[in-house]
Design a protein around this ligand. Structure first.
Ligand code: SF4
Ligand code: SF4
Ligand code: FES
Length: 213
């Protein structure tokens, strides 16, 4: 079917999402919670796009294309929305990148830089309640970095079939929670998908600390 993204004519596939069509055409839409190997989560809302005829922007990673759809991916309204979202994320994940193993490749760090966001919105104060630290012999969970994207939850359920993790709360109160610790097999799948180094390999963490000492 024919659609338009940023005035470019595109041949989209039945059933695919706006994000999928855009990526095939090398049209950039920022994402954080989305991963190709997982079902779309739709939690971060950074992939918002405007669709002609729709009252509000929609998440490109979850919205299927329809014939003759006209999509805009980079408008002042979308940029403002993304800045606001990134600002909220920095409430729980301050940019303390110099002390992070993901420095230079972290999705949040790169998007914050791209959108010129360096701190939470000035009008907002206080911190989100934190979940207790979770660690197995293989994994350390760092709640002070978690942006509640849900990737680890989906990976544990969809890829490993263990259902150890869950998201609780909403908005800025959302956080990751361990709900079935006894089912964890320390496979490391969850830490491999975390975009912000909130889950770390316990073994590598020791090596990292030694390297820095
Ligand atoms: S280590 Fe594996 S089983 Fe344990 S929480 Fe992570 S993905 Fe689930
Ligand atoms: S621990 Fe990482 S992957 Fe899991 S919800 Fe938090 S930020 Fe997302
Ligand atoms: S990438 Fe679409 S909602 Fe997060």
């Amino acid at each position: 079917m024919k659609i338009k993204i940023n005035d470019k004519n595109i041949e989209a596939r039945e059933g695919e999402t706006i994000l999928s069509a855009a990526r095939r055409e090398k049209i950039y839409i920022p994402t954080l919670c989305y991963m190709e190997k997982l079902l779309p989560i739709g939690s971060c809302r950074l992939c918002v796009v405007e669709v002609e005829g729709f009252d509000n922007p929609v998440a490109a990673c979850k919205t299927p294309v329809t014939a003759e759809m006209k999509v805009s991916t980079d408008t002042p309204k979308l940029r403002d929305m993304r800045k606001e979202i990134l600002g909220f994320m920095l409430m729980t994940h301050p940019l303390e990148c110099d002390d992070c193993e993901l420095k230079g490749v972290c999705t949040l760090e790169l998007l914050a830089k791209e959108y010129g966001v360096t701190a939470p919105p000035a009008a907002i104060s206080g911190n989100r309640p934190r979940t207790a630290e979770f660690s197995t012999p293989a994994i350390i969970y760092k709640p002070y970095r978690c942006v509640a994207c849900g990737r680890c939850v989906s990976a544990c359920q969809e890829v490993v079939g263990r259902g150890v993790l869950a998201l609780r709360g909403e908005g800025i109160n959302a956080a990751m929670e361990v709900v079935n610790e006894d089912r964890c097999i320390s496979c490391g799948e969850c830490l491999s998908v975390c975009p912000v180094a909130a889950l770390a390999d316990a073994g590598m963490e020791e090596i990292y600390k030694l390297d820095r000492s």
